[in-house]
Design a protein around this ligand. Structure first.
Ligand code: SAH
Ligand code: MG
Length: 217
């Protein structure tokens, strides 16, 4: 039933430019873990309606989602995206050179935790943050994320169900995944109870949350 719903609804999905579809096929063929269709729908909705001027992405991979987001934003918006793996950075630079001619995307190379800390210290702020890297570290990123997220800004966190593992009992997952399992549950608990955030949890893609930072009272 879920598959039939998905197929039916996909008929109403906006077509993206050909190069986006090409990059998506290439990434999938090479097993680069890019955002899924349902996740793309949610991102597109919030970017088109909210028109954030400054967007931050954690986890560039080869730049697929950054380019996808660029297509959903006004020309005046800017995207900053963070990646640490050299092979991915090389591929992302190539894709941005080809598909971001006016330089709306800024790629920062480095460990996300350190880069986020640097942005917070520089008092940089963003209207929209897409968290899609280092699933075990979301909770430890949160203080810096909250520092750089503007009031009424949106934080979207991807892969919060970790292929469904997060639903399972702690004992049903392998030891390697148990740490992520526990940390992701803690992260969900924190997001949904945080006094500065209003959070929506969605069983879309690999599970995602949409949080809005409250206006200061
Ligand atoms: N957002 C991309 C997919 C990102 S996959 C898309 O949808 O197109 C997650 C990426 O995060 C991987 O490329 C991985 O190398 C990177 N990553 C993981 N941990 C990181 C960390 N601690 N700092 C920076 N990048 C990290
Ligand atoms: Mg993801």
């Amino acid at each position: 039933m879920k598959d039939r719903m998905e197929v039916f609804l996909s008929m109403f999905r906006e077509e993206m430019p050909e190069y986006i579809c090409r990059l998506e096929r290439k990434a999938l063929a090479e097993e680069v873990p890019i955002i899924r269709r349902g996740t793309q729908d949610v991102l597109r909705y919030f970017l088109r309606t909210g028109k954030p001027a400054k967007v931050l992405e954690v986890g560039t991979a080869v730049g697929y989602s950054a380019l996808f987001m660029r297509e959903c934003l006004p020309e005046s918006s800017r995207i900053t995206t963070i990646e640490k793996v050299e092979m991915r950075l090389t591929e992302a630079r190539k894709n941005f050179a080809a598909h971001d001619p006016d330089g709306r995307i800024r790629l920062l190379a480095g460990e996300a935790g350190e880069v986020l800390h640097g942005l917070a210290e520089a008092k940089d702020t963003f209207d929209f943050i897409f968290l899609d890297a280092a699933k075990g570290q979301y909770l430890s990123f949160l203080p810096d994320i909250l520092a750089i997220l503007a009031p009424e800004g949106i934080l979207i966190s991807d892969n919060i169900l970790h292929e469904g593992d997060v639903l399972e009992s702690r004992y049903a997952v392998t030891r390697r995944d148990r740490t992520i399992h526990g940390r992701m549950r803690e992260y969900l608990q924190e997001l949904t109870s945080h006094e500065q955030l209003e959070t929506l949890c969605l069983p879309v893609g690999d599970g995602m949350t949409v949080s809005q930072k409250k206006k200061r009272a």
